[in-house]
Write a protein that binds this ligand. Structure first.
Ligand code: ADP
Ligand code: MG
Length: 698
């Protein structure tokens, strides 16, 4: 594809600002722009004009339908398509789309999880247009990004709290910037660049694995002779079939205005990564949802399946997402970029201190924001950051921090002296690039990289948490500094005291080592090793206070989300357990039984020819098969029995049970089945092996 083609293709399916400028009256265009920048509501007549322009544009591009596109708490997106047709008379139709239809929709939404927020007598929710996100065309439908709320205004989706948190963060950050004499900034916007990992396998092998079809991960599978030991896949040459997929994926994403930028092979065989160029958090979240959807769709066209599960295969790395996060002003200043003047540096240090304090104080909610059953396989398993939250600052910035705390001189390369105060602040290294891959939250020069996210999860939750925590700390800082008689002195003390009180959250060492777990415990840091444990902290008064104070979640909304997470956790593990039992009963047992029969017949046949033949090897194999089969049946029955338990005092007890009883029983069952796989003839084994799966793309 030529350069020209790429530039023409980019955003061609998006009703973006350019299209609006061309197709709307200047009055309506300005009204929309003001709505986006200042949050002023749109008149219905303007909405009507926008709707009409959207419809005409969409029809020219071949669309026949429109849909409100939203992100319910399932973590995936939802859509319900209506055609534009409207009867003109008994034999003709017109294509219509009104302002009212653009602004508000009423999906029959009674089946989306609401965590008890919608009483059955009022099952309806409504969707409302988010004018800050662009509409786009996908599969012949005009998709309108919307929020999804109950009739009483409670959030039933992932976008509403994100927008609320972005607003609040902006408000508090602007207060702080004013104190530094910055009067031009109207808005501060969180910026997000999510790197997305995924696996690609051949569809024919996928279709033979009941576990992959039903749960997205392999529940059985003996370790293959070759895994990721040679590290020959990471950044390796991309195979032609994968390259063709990536090319088409890029094109599809570009059409939707998604800034797909980097693509490469990852550590595990069959694993890859895609990173977009960062954008505002709202767009980044929409785009990441679309990216995941389109990754799967395009894979289908190439007779492949894209696995987004956090741990599709045991024994090789699973997939995560790195959420690169920073704050930028509407004037284009990155607030996490160390400045070149002392005043800019003081401002940088204040934002940095706010972040450090926030992460230290709200470790648990950050941990909760990345908790899901899939991610339980990764966090702390030497392939992803530990479940303990900490911040990597790098040696140089840590040295700056230490000298601020101790009030000592900071000497960098023997030439830069440190003294605190806006007039004479430290030289702050601009190239603090991070090469520590084990930290959950790494400062990488001008942004933080939150590395604990699971590959399948919506990135809204972690960003809502980051934004709200930051809003809280900036509010506290602004409250103190606005009252100060001597701003510079107050600023100096605030930075020093904050860094001193929260330095335990800084850790620059190897997060995969056991020594860190012990050290973190000494420092009093949280170590919530699994979702069941993490979610126990979700409804702490401190969290309720945080989110309700900043109007991000009411207590009710938070409780509803907690209930959904806990239920989902038990359901996912329950489905996995039942799938295992089904695989044992209907495929694995019959297959191993048949193979045993063959071994037995072979022994009998050999002995019938030569009665004194020593068949010890086959006999031992038969005995071993028999013993393992008995264990398999017993463990599968035990698991089935454990699943019948329903008497739980509350959802926490249920989650705990699913983790420590059901999941533990699944692990036991897997062990014996995987051992059977290693001694059963491949011809008889009913499922493609790990070698077949991981090396399915030639
Ligand atoms: P790495 O693999 O070293 O982490 P990548 O280049 O793959 O780096 O990904 C970095 C991601 O961070 C990209 O999505 C990029 O757009 C994003 N990013 C860069 N600068 C910022 C920033 N200021 N704020 C948010 N995200 C950013
Ligand atoms: Mg990264």
């Amino acid at each position: 594809m030529s350069d020209k083609k790429v530039t023409e293709l980019f955003g061609s399916m998006v009703f973006n600002e350019d299209v609006m400028r061309q197709r709307l009256s200047s009055q309506s265009y300005k009204a929309w722009k003001k709505c986006v920048t200042d949050g002023t509501p749109l008149e219905l007549s303007t909405a009507h004009e926008i709707a009409n322009a959207m419809k005409d544009w969409a029809i020219e591009k071949g669309a026949t339908h429109y849909t409100h596109w939203f992100q319910p708490m399932t973590g995936v997106t939802a859509e319900k398509h209506d055609s534009f047709i409207s009867p003109e008379d008994s034999s003709r139709v017109l294509m219509q789309f009104s302002g009212k239809e653009l602004v508000r929709g009423e999906p029959d939404a009674s089946s989306f999880p609401s965590g008890g927020l919608r009483a059955t007598f009022e099952a309806r929710g409504y969707t409302a247009w988010d004018p800050t996100a662009f509409a786009f065309i996908k599969d012949g439908s005009l998709c309108i990004p919307t929020i999804f709320c109950s009739y009483s205004g409670q959030a039933l989706d992932k976008k509403t709290p994100l927008l609320r948190s972005m607003d609040e963060l902006s408000r508090q950050a602007v207060r702080v910037l004013r104190l530094f004499g910055n009067t031009g900034v109207k808005k501060v916007i969180s910026q997000v660049g999510p790197e997305q990992e995924y696996f690609l396998i051949d569809k024919d092998v996928f279709n033979k694995r009941e576990d992959l079809i039903l749960t997205g991960r392999t529940l059985f599978g003996a370790k293959p002779p070759k895994g990721q030991e040679l590290e020959d896949h990471y950044f390796g040459t991309i195979k032609p079939r994968i390259a063709a997929y990536m090319r088409e994926l890029d094109e599809e994403l570009w059409k939707l205005g998604i800034l797909a930028k980097t693509k490469h092979n990852e550590v595990a065989p069959a694993q890859h990564e895609l990173a977009p160029i960062y954008s505002d958090a709202n767009t980044a979240c929409d785009h990441n949802q679309l990216t995941m959807e389109i990754m799967k769709k395009v894979a289908g066209r190439h007779n492949m399946v894209c696995l987004l599960h956090e741990k599709p295969f045991a024994g090789v790395n699973g997939s995560g997402k790195h959420n690169n996060w920073s704050l930028s002003t509407d004037t284009g200043m990155n607030l996490f970029r160390p400045g070149s003047t002392p005043s800019q540096n003081a401002q940088f240090l204040l934002f940095l201190s706010a972040f450090i304090k926030g992460v230290d104080e709200y470790q648990d909610i950050l941990r909760c924001s990345v908790a899901n059953p899939g991610n339980d396989h990764r966090l702390g398993a030497q392939e992803a950051p530990p479940a303990i939250l900490s911040i990597f600052l790098g040696d140089e910035l840590t040295a700056v921090m230490d000298s601020i705390i101790q009030g000592t001189e900071y000497v960098e390369h023997g030439k830069n002296n440190l003294s605190i105060g806006v007039d004479a602040l430290p030289y702050i290294p601009q190239d603090t690039t991070d090469r520590n891959r084990t930290s959950p939250l790494a400062f990488t020069g001008n942004k933080f990289e939150f590395r604990s996210l699971g590959s399948s999860q919506s990135i809204t939750g972690p960003n809502v948490a980051l934004n709200t925590i930051m809003a809280e700390e900036l509010q506290q800082f602004a409250d103190i500094l606005e009252k100060a008689d001597d701003f510079n002195a107050a600023l100096h003390d605030l930075i020093r005291d904050t860094l001193r009180d929260h330095q335990r959250i800084i850790f620059n060492g190897n997060g995969y080592e056991d020594a860190w777990v012990k050290e973190a415990e000494k420092r009093g840091l949280s170590n919530l090793s699994c979702t069941a444990d993490a979610l126990k902290t979700y409804l702490q008064p401190k969290h309720i206070e945080l989110f309700s104070k900043h109007n991000v979640f009411t207590e009710e909304e938070l409780a509803a989300r907690n209930e959904i997470h806990l239920e989902n956790y038990c359901e996912v593990i329950g489905i996995e357990a039942r799938t295992m039992i089904d695989m044992v009963n209907r495929s694995l047992f019959p297959a191993v039984s048949e193979f045993s029969g063959t071994v037995a017949s072979t022994i009998a046949a050999k002995k019938s020819v030569l009665s004194d033949l020593d068949c010890t090897m086959e006999e031992e194999l038969l005995r071993k098969l028999h013993r393992l089969m008995a264990q398999m049946v017993k463990r599968s029955e035990d698991l089935g029995h454990a699943l019948t338990n329903t008497g739980f005092a509350d959802a926490y007890e249920a989650a705990h049970y699913y983790k420590y009883t059901i999941f533990a029983a699944m692990e036991e069952l897997r062990k014996v089945v995987d051992e059977l796989e290693t001694i059963t003839s491949a011809e008889y084994w009913p499922y493609p092996s790990y070698t077949d799966l991981l090396f399915s793309i030639k």
